[in-house]
Design a protein around this ligand. Structure first.
Ligand code: HEM
Length: 298
């Protein structure tokens, strides 16, 4: 995917940097992950705007905290989006089944077997929808939070511009310092003790990943954004059996987007600091990141 992602990032930056100021969220961070996942799934270009709309509608759902108290009787927007998207993916899979042999992910999932066991149609639909739902807003926030950290720390921005080899460390440090996913949950399978706290079997535990990242015993001087630290310890993609399936893709998108931003956008400055944030609890990211700049390098 690397050349495809690099081309997409450059096209988005070409368009955005034609003006003296632009919104990094609307013009780079948000369109990139949808475009990438659509290319992976082999969604026709003309249908990409549909996916963009659905992922915007699903943002509340992904946060895990849907607004309560809606008594209008109408299906909420996210549910409409979810239904439309399931229908679309259903048809897409039927089409791939009728025309096998493609190189997109759906065709490969159709061909995949595990010990003679194939994914059922419904499992395939759910899997494809999950890829978009789990992978969109999280990656948007990685890029947006990363741009914010770099613009606020000019020396780090300059270091990345001078040495693109620093990109993997920059991405890991963003995942630690300002993680797109702030918390996750588990159910205790047995009585256990965490420090002073007794956790009874079958109770739910909310794990504040973002707070663990700022534990000075885990990361010395944790409030400093420093990609050069000797070890970057984080749980930004979770841990164990449910470790993020999309981590390699998210890392790749983050590395390319942040490196190209550093290399191409001259003297970026925030017009609002802090920018406005989404009203989310778990997924942390700004609603917009308006910046000014002093020109672009092609
Ligand atoms: C920076 C971007 C991303 C972040 C921060 C992120 C974060 C996470 C975290 C924390 C979990 C674990 C949840 C838990 O343990 O309870 C997770 C799981 C998952 N992620 Fe991501 N994710 C990102 C991008 C993606 C992408 C791009 C995809 C797909 C293309 C994806 C697909 C998934 C899936 C399918 C799971 C569930 C895995 C399982 O339960 O076995 N994620 N992600």
């Amino acid at each position: 995917m690397e050349p495809t992602i690099a081309r997409l990032v450059d096209e988005l930056l070409d368009r955005a940097t034609g003006r003296d100021s632009f919104d990094v969220l609307a013009e780079l961070a948000s369109p990139l992950p949808v475009a990438v996942i659509c290319r992976m799934l082999g969604v026709p270009l003309a249908d990409e705007p549909l996916f963009r709309r659905w992922s915007a509608q699903l943002t509340r759902l992904v946060d895990g905290l849907t607004p309560a108290g809606d008594t209008s009787g109408e299906a909420p927007e996210w549910l409409q989006g979810m239904i439309e998207m399931h229908r679309y993916v259903n048809d897409l899979i039927a089409d791939r089944r009728a025309h096998p042999g493609g190189e997109d992910l759906i065709s490969e999932l159709l061909a995949a077997e595990d010990g003679g066991d194939r994914l059922s149609h419904d499992e395939l639909v759910s899997t494809v929808v999950l890829l978009l739902v789990a992978g969109h807003e999280t990656t948007v926030n990685l890029i947006a939070n990363g741009v914010l950290a770099l613009v606020r720390h000019r020396d780090r921005l300059a270091a990345l511009r001078a040495d693109p080899g620093l990109a993997p460390a920059v991405v890991e440090e963003v995942l630690r310092y300002d993680p797109p996913v702030q918390l996750t949950a588990r159910v205790a399978t047995e009585d256990m003790r965490v420090g002073e706290l007794v956790v009874p079997e079958r109770s739910m535990v909310i794990l504040l990943l973002a707070a663990a990242h700022r534990d000075p015993d885990a990361n010395p001087d944790p409030d400093r954004f420093d990609p050069h630290r000797s070890e970057i310890r984080h749980l930004g993609f979770g841990f164990g059996a449910h470790f993020c399936l999309g981590a390699p893709l998210a890392r790749l998108e983050g590395r390319i987007a942040l490196t190209r931003f550093a290399q191409r956008v001259q003297e970026p400055g925030l017009t609002a600091d802090p920018p406005p944030y989404r009203e989310h609890v778990n997924l942390r990211g700004p609603r917009e990141v308006p910046i000014t700049h002093a020109g672009a390098i092609r």
